[in-house]
Design a protein around this ligand. Structure first.
Ligand SMILES: *[C@@H]1O[C@H](CO)[C@@H](O)[C@H](O)[C@H]1NC(C)=O
Ligand SMILES: *[C@@H]1O[C@H](CO)[C@@H](O)[C@H](O)[C@H]1NC(C)=O
Ligand SMILES: *[C@@H]1O[C@H](CO)[C@@H](O)[C@H](O)[C@H]1NC(C)=O
Ligand SMILES: *[C@@H]1O[C@H](CO)[C@@H](O)[C@H](O)[C@H]1NC(C)=O
Length: 398
């Protein structure tokens, strides 16, 4: 198997780099091979629609960043995301909203949350969804007020009978969590999904920075409205810098917990494995994860601000992340869009319980069309084998 797969992969990669970059730069060294551009006359500019993705999530136009509040509710997958409704640069940050029944084909249903209130004067930033008793979803999100202080707010669906939960309302009691005087109000954001303790209290985490370190501040609430900060953060680390988008979830039936943080300094997503001391309300990392310099990453490519949710429908945990194309601002403006969400992946703990494993959701296979099988293929001197009978450009619908 491996001997027939590897060369075809290499070949597909070669073609990918060739087609994808050939009209943007003359020489590409990304795969340590050099491809010249033989037919630049045929190819379009950066504004060509062929650079849009066919399989990854992206809205029709404009800027997106972090995935927000993913959830499975009454048979529908919801994906919200940081979105500028007016331009392909960061700004006017709102929550775009799309729905799907298979995590592959998405329909946009408008803005779920947009800045309308004084406490959102500088945008509606990232957050999470939680499903409260009585099957009632709530969104908990950060906003930046006119003084650029980060505060946490809630929003509820306007009409629970609308299967797509298109409209969301903000109660008068927002904001519900404001930064205490000892917290840096410029580094206080991205609340997690809530979880219920054995004492019946809800818990959420908010990312924060203190000195050069990051931490996940813990809050508790009876009703998801009134929140009290715990004496100690759930976890912290010196030296790692700001923890954005913390994510905390059980694995292996609750024998292990995962605490993930997006490190603002390096724009990379890392995690620790450990146990959750429910009496002290502390996350205790396993020995090898104590030092932040040893935290593994979810993904070693362009992948940031990720978030997971538990899919009750299929009993799996699904991971979303934001990927930017690393284009210049002027290229983003020219092409009219910026940012994609990565393919959703199932994430689970390996048998040795030392690391997380992940694989694209099985629904993705519904995009496959023509199968090409290779048997008894001998590698040529160059180590490459051409796979005939398929086109590798996704836009061609192969
Ligand atoms: C924000 O929206 C306003 C229109 O409401 C627009 O004039 C402005 O250019 C937008 N800013 C950005 C950065 O998109
Ligand atoms: C709520 O949504 C349902 C289903 O779409 C619709 O029939 C009903 O009219 C909506 N109610 C209101 C008050 O908009
Ligand atoms: C608060 O955070 C901002 C943004 O990182 C930083 O510029 C500022 O120096 C911080 N203030 C304090 C008192 O640490
Ligand atoms: C885009 O991704 C690259 C590579 O991960 C990173 O260096 C850069 O800071 C990102 N840009 C933004 C706006 O996050």
């Amino acid at each position: 198997m491996a001997s027939s797969c590897l060369p075809s992969f290499a070949w597909i990669f070669a073609l990918f780099f060739f087609f994808f970059f050939s009209d943007r730069i003359d020489v590409v060294k990304a795969s340590r091979r050099i491809f010249k551009n033989p037919d630049s006359a045929e190819t379009g500019s950066i504004t060509s629609t062929k650079y849009r993705t066919a399989y990854h999530f992206q809205p029709p136009q404009h800027w997106i960043n972090d995935p927000n509040g993913p959830m499975y509710y009454n048979g529908i997958y919801h994906l919200f995301y940081q979105y500028n409704p007016y331009a392909a640069v960061w700004g006017n940050i709102s929550w775009g909203h799309s729905v799907s029944t298979d995590l592959v084909r998405w329909t946009g249903v408008g803005l779920a949350i947009a800045p309308t209130e004084p406490y959102e004067a500088n945008g509606c930033w990232s957050g999470s969804a939680t499903i409260l008793p009585g099957n009632k979803p709530v969104i908990l999100y950060t906003s930046s007020n006119a003084r650029k202080e980060q505060v946490q707010n809630v929003a509820y669906p306007k009409n629970l009978s609308d299967p797509f939960l298109r409209e969301w309302t903000k109660p008068d009691h927002n904001p519900i969590i404001e930064p205490a005087v000892d917290l840096n109000a410029s580094e206080f954001r991205d609340p997690t999904t809530g979880w219920l303790g054995e004492d019946g209290l809800w818990r959420v985490l908010v990312g924060n920075k203190i000195g050069a370190g990051g931490r996940a501040i813990l809050y508790r609430s009876k009703d998801f409205v009134h929140w009290v900060r715990a004496k100690d953060p759930l976890s912290y680390s010196s030296g790692s810098g700001m923890w954005e988008c913390p994510d905390f979830f059980p694995s292996d039936g609750g024998n292990k917990y995962v605490l993930k943080m997006s490190l603002d300094d390096t724009r990379t997503d890392h995690y620790m494995l450990g146990s959750y001391d429910k009496v002290k309300d502390l996350f205790v990392p396993d020995g090898e994860f104590v030092d932040y310099r040893r935290w593994p990453r979810y993904d070693y490519g362009n992948f940031y601000a990720s978030k997971t949710f538990f899919d009750e429908g299929k009993g799996r945990r699904i991971l979303w992340g934001w990927s930017n194309e690393s284009d210049s601002v002027s290229d983003d403006i020219a092409k009219g869009w910026a940012g994609i969400q990565t393919i959703p992946r199932v994430v689970w703990l390996d048998k040795r319980r030392r690391q997380l494993l992940q694989w694209p959701v099985e629904e993705l296979e519904s995009l496959r069309r023509k199968h090409v099988r290779l048997h008894d293929v001998e590698l040529g001197t160059g180590g490459l084998v051409e796979v005939k009978g398929l086109k590798v450009l996704q836009a061609s619908g192969c």
